[in-house]
Design a protein around this ligand. Sequence first.
Ligand code: RIB
Ligand code: CA
Length: 315
Amino acid sequence: MIKEPIPVILDGDPGHDDAIAWVVANASKDLRILAITAVNGNCSAAKAAYNSQRIATLIGYNGPVSKGQDKPLYVEPLKAPTNVHGESGLDGPALPEPQKELETLTAVELMAEILQESKQKVVIVATGPLTNVAALLLTHPEVKEKISHISLMGGGIKYGNWTPAAEFNILVDPEAADVVYKSGIHIYMAGLDVTEKALVLQQDVEEIKKIGNPVSEIVWKWLDFFYRFHKSLGYPGAPMHDLCAVMVLIHPEIFTIKDMYVEVETTGDYSKGTTVGDYYHITGKEANCSCLMDVDRKKFIDYMIDYIRSYSEVQ
Ligand code: RIB
Ligand code: CA
């Protein structure tokens, strides 16, 4: 029986790793991208939207792209991590100019419209702060039944990366994350526990360099740029944070996954933005998350490179 592709909405803050995740999502025959929506995080929502348009043009995605919320639900935006992704949010190689205008609908309006019209349940793949997703659930609760689950990059059961306790995507908008984790919609959570094992090493970049199609030529330069920051922190490679939230949809077998109840700390001088995972099932609360805890790195990278290789000479 032919497997129907999974309909997805990609919401993120491109961002080098968002961009690479979207390159793979677009190449996979197991996914059908219904929309791309941009959120404030690695850069402003406006810059993320412009980057989204340029990524869409590069990969030949012709569906709707929309700009989302400029600010978190309640808190002030964190300073954009220009040291990680550059001033533009996607520094490095020159990218094609957008072939399509942004949708006039906002990200929330576009997501709501698509979910209301979809005949199939949709997976939301969130690879940035959860502001757009939370705003959607708060303003259009009726669409919850059309969301199969949320596959997100965010949080970490064991540690943070923006504070010792909190990961960047969750910390930018903890209240939004709290809404999403309490929504009753099941979450596949690619937290730092797994994403910092999904490392692209220099040898992998060299292999991508040899491919020579228009997409691979951009991806290896993105990796080069992204690797520089992480190398300065002592990482042996570039962590493909966001790609984990896509790869688990198409190759779940390469991940080690543990179901648990996870809640988000929204206050606390030292703990705001922490994803508190009930690893030992102490609370007795039913799991709301399937937490990715480990990955077969070699298979992850081999699949990633195969998807990049699948782009034709002419995009
Ligand atoms: O902490 C990693 C996350 O923050 C990734 O999604 C990266 O793109 C940034 O948004
Ligand atoms: Ca991101």
